[in-house]
Structures are given as structure tokens and as C-alpha cells.
Design a protein around this ligand. Structure first.
Ligand SMILES: Nc1ncnc2c1ncn2[C@@H]1O[C@H](COP(=O)(O)OP(=O)(O)OP(=O)(O)O)[C@@H](O)[C@H]1O
Length: 308
């Protein structure tokens, strides 16, 4: 085990360039041991490059990297048995049969999980003899997830672990990841699904254009603030509604007919909005009060949508 207080991953001012493209641009983060840390960001934000540097697959152009206190390039041999990796591309040879492949990987480790039980767990036992390239995209994903965890690693890197999975397989993968955490494993995952980050991660690091733009627990990032949303006929006079709301409130219509009210969303504001609608003959639909989502946070910070 790593000495107490040592991070699972510590990156300081990390830089990686591909020719004229700066994929990682001074990124710093600390991922605690025993926690699930999600790197959340849109396509091209630099998540995969960052994680590949941590895995020792890429050499950074600047900054420092510590994985379980070690250097992923210099100490690759020492790290290999302690770290599990699920690359975005699968990382399994096309002709390898699922069951044989898992047994082979298991043989590298001192205390592996049972390959057959893991296949069963991930709904793959019917495909134990199927070559990797003949598996569906979702099955391939699940097999690479199995390969990443079979050695009972201390730390697992999962790059887009649920990309392309159907809802049922996605939940099975989430359950497996949560179980890893319960077993004390540190997990670093990348995702551009904010629901995945919100649901799984102890700490979310929002990455955009190779930099960290915000980090915290999902609750810290989304804040305690509530917002009120409703649908109604397009073109309501929002200035007039705003004048009736408590100071510091904001109201906008986007897209047409979809309204968002932000501010001190409490009983008073709710009563004001519904009274204003009643006095203007406005029937609302889908009126709801909700917390901000990570998607809202990302939009506020960058002016762009997460799935752009
Ligand atoms: N091998 C490479 N050669 C040149 N450019 C690359 C290479 N790998 C990544 N890039 C570029 O670096 C930037 C960051 O890519 P990266 O794959 O790290 O982002 P990402 O956040 O993981 O995105 P995605 O979710 O699409 O995988 C992008 O502009 C990408 O086009």
C-alpha cells in the first residue's frame, strides 16, 4: 500500500503538445486514494491524453506526474501490477477469445478475481469463446473493463467506461465501479456524461481545452441553489415578471417557450411566479424546481455545452 496521505494521482502543471495542438495546457489535479475521481469535459478537452500520461503511455512535454507516488515512465515496472487500465480503444487483440484473454491477464497477477465469475457478472459468460472482434461494441467495452479490474489493482484508470453501452450494461458497469470503491480501490475515469460523473464520482474535475476549469464534489459544483423551470406559450413579458421577483433573481426564455428562473428559489418566489402567471392568463406546464446540473455549471464556465 502507498504511505498514508499520498495521493493516487498528482499532476502539476502538466503540458502535452501534438505539433501545433496543445492538448494539455498546464493541468494540475490531485486524486485522493480510495475515491472515484471523474475527469469531465467535452470531446477534445484533453482527458484521454491526461490519463494516457498517467498510465505511462505518453511522455509529457512539461509538468510533473505522480501515480501512487511513482513516476509512470521511470517506475513502469513497479506500477504495472498495482494499476488497472481500460483504454478507450479496448486494448484487446481482435482474435483473442474473451474467456481465454481474461484467464491470461489473470495469470499475471498474484491474487486475481475469478475470470468466469467476472464474465458472468458483466453478462459475458455466453461469449467466453467469442473472439474480441466478433463481440458487439458494448460487449467489447465490458471485456476491457473486466481486464482492467481482474488483477485487483489499487488504482484503475477507466477511459469513457460506459461509451456505447445500453442502459442495463451501463448500470452493471456503474455497480462494478462503485464496488471497486467500496473495496478501497482508487478510480480515475473520464467521461462526457454528466449523469455518470454526478452519480459515481466523489470528486469531479471539469476539464476544458487542456485545463481544469472547476473541481469539487458534485454537490459543491452544482451548489445548493435551486432553479425553477416551466414551459408556457412563447414570448411572455419577462421584464415585467422579473420586476415582481425578489431582487437578484434572473429570468430567461431559451429556447422559445422554455423558461428558467434563478435566484432565491423559495416559497415566496414560487408564489410570485404562479400568481403572475395566473394574473396574465398563462397556463404553465412542467413546472419544476431543481438543482443546477453539472451541465449547467459547464455552460456557465465555458459558454459551451458539454456535449458540443
Ligand atoms: N495522437 C495525437 N496526435 C495529434 N493530436 C492529438 C492526438 N491525440 C489527441 N490529439 C488532439 O489533442 C486534443 C485532446 O485530445 P484528447 O483525446 O486527449 O481529448 P479527450 O478529452 O479525451 O476527448 P475525447 O472525449 O474525444 O476522447 C484534441 O484536439 C485531439 O484532436
Amino acid at each position: 500500500m502507498s504511505p498514508p496521505g499520498q495521493a493516487a494521482v498528482e499532476l502539476n502543471a502538466l503540458v502535452k503538445r501534438y505539433g501545433a495542438t496543445t492538448a494539455v495546457d498546464g493541468l494540475s489535479l490531485r486524486a485522493e486514494r480510495g475515491a472515484i475521481t471523474a475527469l469531465l469535459g467535452p470531446n477534445g478537452a484533453g482527458k484521454t491524453t491526461t490519463i494516457e500520461i498517467c498510465e505511462g503511455y505518453r511522455r509529457p512535454d512539461g509538468g510533473t506526474v505522480r501515480v501512487l507516488g511513482l513516476d509512470p515512465l521511470r517506475d513502469a515496472r513497479a506500477l504495472r501490477p498495482r494499476v488497472g487500465v481500460m483504454p478507450q480503444s479496448g486494448g484487446v487483440p481482435g482474435t483473442a477469445r474473451a474467456g481465454e484473454f481474461l484467464r491470461l491477464i489473470a495469470a499475471f497477477y498474484a491474487r486475481p478475481l475469478d475470470p468466469a465469475a467476472l464474465l458472468e457478472r458483466l453478462g459475458l459468460s455466453g461469449h467466453a469463446r467469442t473472439p474480441f472482434r466478433r463481440l458487439s461494441g458494448g460487449q467489447q467495452q465490458r471485456l476491457s473493463l473486466a481486464a482492467a479490474v481482474i488483477g485487483r489493482p489499487e488504482l484503475v484508470f477507466l477511459d469513457e467506461p460506459t461509451a456505447g453501452l445500453d442502459p442495463q450494461a451501463r448500470h452493471a458497469a456503474w455497480e462494478l465501479v462503485s464496488e471497486l470503491r467500496r473495496a478501497g480501490v482508487s478510480v480515475i475515469l473520464t467521461t462526457h456524461h454528466m449523469d455518470e460523473a454526478e452519480r459515481l464520482a466523489d470528486r469531479v474535475v471539469i476539464v476544458d481545452r487542456g485545463r481544469v476549469v472547476a473541481e469539487g464534489t458534485p454537490a459543491e459544483l452544482t451548489g445548493a441553489e435551486r432553479q425553477l423551470r416551466f414551459r408556457a406559450r412563447p414570448g411572455l413579458g419577462l421584464d415585467e415578471l422579473l420586476a415582481a421577483l425578489p431582487p437578484g433573481s434572473a429570468a430567461k426564455e431559451s429556447p422559445a417557450g422554455h423558461y428558467l428562473i434563478e435566484g432565491e428559489v423559495g416559497p415566496e418566489l414560487l408564489a410570485t411566479v404562479t400568481a403572475w402567471c395566473a394574473s396574465h392568463g398563462v397556463m404553465t406546464e412542467d413546472l419544476r424546481i431543481e438543482r443546477r446540473t453539472l451541465e449547467d455549471v459547464f455552460l456557465e464556465l465555458t459558454g459551451r455545452e458539454l456535449r458540443s
